[in-house]
Design a protein around this ligand. Sequence first.
Ligand code: ATP
Length: 257
Amino acid sequence: MGLTATGLSVSRAGRVLVDGVDARFASGRITAILGPNGAGKSTLLKALAGLLPASAGGVSLDGQPIGAMTPRERARRIGYLPQDGTVHWNLMVRDLVALGRMPHRSPYAAPSAHDEQAVEQALDATDTTHLADRPVLTLSGGERARVLLARVLAGRPDWLLVDEPLASLDPAYQLDVLARLRAAGQAGAGVVLVLHDLSLALRTADAALLLAGGKVLAAGSADTVLTPQTIAQAYGVEVEVGRTAGGIPYVLSSERL
Ligand SMILES: Nc1ncnc2c1ncn2[C@@H]1O[C@H](COP(=O)(O)OP(=O)(O)OP(=O)(O)O)[C@@H](O)[C@H]1O
């Protein structure tokens, strides 16, 4: 059960970008996909969401091959937030967030009270209610990132696959978004997130998958994966891994190796 990659490889333009990945993601847990630039994190996440085909192996959700699901069924179960927060249509924020309900409704019917409630809750969860009547192209980068997350949350998917959701957020909103993802996990959702901030990964994730060159370098609980040795191997930097007096874990880069 859960979301499983088995011998998963993904090739594009003649290059193998994800190479024989075996991984199992469990519901109710947060798994961080980590690794240096170009390691294949986004490619793996897209393949897990069923948005890129496998060139070998595959992905299954609760035992069902992801490619055998209809796009609508997949969209109901898996919420995917891409890394690139580009928005082309200048919709009102509330209307954009309401698009997250589309897998659950008929395009011809008016949204139900349940749909509207899901949208309002997603706006509230991302602290974007005050932006609801603004055109989305007028928002700042961090505001837009939260609105795009609200759109995914509005679908109330069983799985949240989110690619660098913290990239344009200030430190306070980074903690808010991580708290929201943790709350989704506690409510039973499976959360898989691509992160660059190793301190926040240690602080937030139950499990970690460290990629390098498209392959899994280490996998397991976040604190067993994020050791100075594996970090040095993956990123080529010397780090100190420690805890503050209050017990908050941190990873501090000291030198490029
Ligand atoms: N459509 C594509 N065609 C060819 N190469 C691609 C394509 N998409 C990605 N790549 C390459 O695949 C590799 C992995 O890309 P990916 O975006 O998965 O990395 P990443 O780990 O998410 O990186 P980052 O931390 O920089 O976001 C990179 O070398 C990238 O240039």
